[in-house]
Design a protein around this ligand. Structure first.
Ligand code: ATP
Length: 370
């Protein structure tokens, strides 16, 4: 029963038209059974997008289709009420009935749906099994942990086979340990249920674990929607690059370009890196080269193909890896090295080498990338 969700040019303005819209020309499609996570800082418009799909907000522009049915289209005055959209919703606060048992909670939504006793039991059993609460079905919900309550809420929103499951920061009220456990289970639960899901979070690691594709939002705009590997390795702009992981930006000037790759002479250091660049890059362009800390290599000796001399400013030992801050001239370069013992100490001099083709560049002016 899972359905496609199709959003086109969605806009939501609260109040005055001269203010920036909370959701600004957002378009994306979620395939049946796919999990898309909207990721972004507080206020970027992800909750408003989700609430528009739910029917809890009336969009001011664009269209929303669920399973081919148009549920919102302000221009043509079409708006399907939330209760007629057949969606499941899970929010931060566990919306469960504390005085009822797990089973009664999960069965609750079926009460109003004129479903026979046998069928109700089968559906409830199935939903409780999917969320892994088989051993707790008779327990009153008050006797459960926060993580288990959130599983009850999840089972309750899956029991009537919604066309789409909407989840808004469902893990944020849990303590860190429970959050990690349920995070790892959530993807399996949603996939087992086979339901299309739209999931909202500001937590990057949560998004990576749960999503098939992640949409990064900022100021009401959807900047990029891709799988986690593409987002991490080919971010569309500086904001996405920074939001999806640490790194260093190195300013420079393009020397040569061919086939989407360029040789960039870095400012202030006698070093050129080979990097992917946007298609419209030309020799002479100013660019910002982005490099992830795990791609920066630290060497004790000079290399034939060039390197940058640096000095260790500080380090943070993290058990299985060490994160270094290296000063190369005036520029601080971040580097992580795997290993249970740090190879360098603060004050050590070393050589920084960036292998070809692990970086990408943005136009210095626009901040757009390949
Ligand atoms: P958070 O993670 O903090 O919930 P978000 O990315 O989900 O943030 P939204 O809640 O969608 O962001 O809010 C987007 C923008 O719309 C914000 O600037 C917010 O202040 C504004 N906004 C949201 N709801 C309303 C409302 N009912 N009335 C006026 N402005 C609103």
């Amino acid at each position: 029963m899972s359905a496609e969700l199709r959003i086109r040019n969605l806009e939501k303005r609260f109040g005055a038209t001269n203010l920036r819209p909370a959701v600004d020309d957002v378009s994306f499609t979620i395939a049946p059974g796919e999990i898309v996570v909207l990721l972004g800082p507080s206020g970027c418009g992800k909750t408003t997008t989700l609430r528009s799909v739910a029917g809890l907000e009336k969009p001011t522009g664009g269209t929303i289709d669920i399973g081919g049915e148009r549920v919102a289209d302000p221009v043509n005055k079409r708006f399907v009420l939330p209760q007629h959209r057949n969606l499941g919703m899970v929010f931060q606060s566990y919306a469960v009935w504390p005085h009822m048992t797990v089973e009664q909670n999960v069965a609750y939504p079926l009460r109003h749906r004129r479903i026979g006793k046998e069928q109700t039991k089968r559906k409830v059993d199935e939903a409780i099994e999917i969320v892994g609460l088989g051993a707790y079905r008779e327990r009153p919900v008050v006797a459960l942990s926060g993580g288990q309550m959130q599983r009850v809420a999840l089972a309750r929103s899956l029991v009537y086979r919604p066309r789409i499951l909407l989840l808004d920061e469902p893990l944020s009220n849990l303590d860190a340990k429970l959050r990690l456990r349920l995070r790892d289970d959530l993807r399996t639960i949603i996939k087992d249920a086979g339901v299309t899901a739209l999931y909202v979070t500001h937590d990057q690691s949560e998004a990576v674990v749960i999503a098939d594709r992640i949409g990064v939002m900022k100021d009401g705009k959807l900047l990029q929607l891709d799988d986690a590997i593409t987002l991490y390795n080919s971010p569309a702009d500086v904001f996405v690059a920074n939001f999806t992981g640490a790194g260093t930006l190195l300013a420079g000037r393009v020397e040569r370009v061919a086939h989407g790759m360029a040789l960039v002479q870095l400012d202030d250091v006698p070093y050129s890196v080979r990097t992917r660049v946007p298609d419209d890059t030309a020799p002479g362009d100013r660019v910002l080269v982005s490099v992830r800390p795990e791609n920066v290599h630290l060497e004790t000796e000079r290399r034939e193909d060039g390197e940058m001399a640096g000095i260790v400013k500080s380090l943070q030992y993290e058990g299985t890896q060490t994160a270094y801050r290296i000063m190369v001239g005036d520029k601080e370069v971040h580097c992580t090295e795997l290993g249970t013992r740090p190879r360098f100490a603060p004050g050590d001099t070393l050589f920084v080498w960036i292998p070809p083709e692990v970086c990408w560049a943005f136009h210095a002016r626009a901040g757009t990338a390949t």
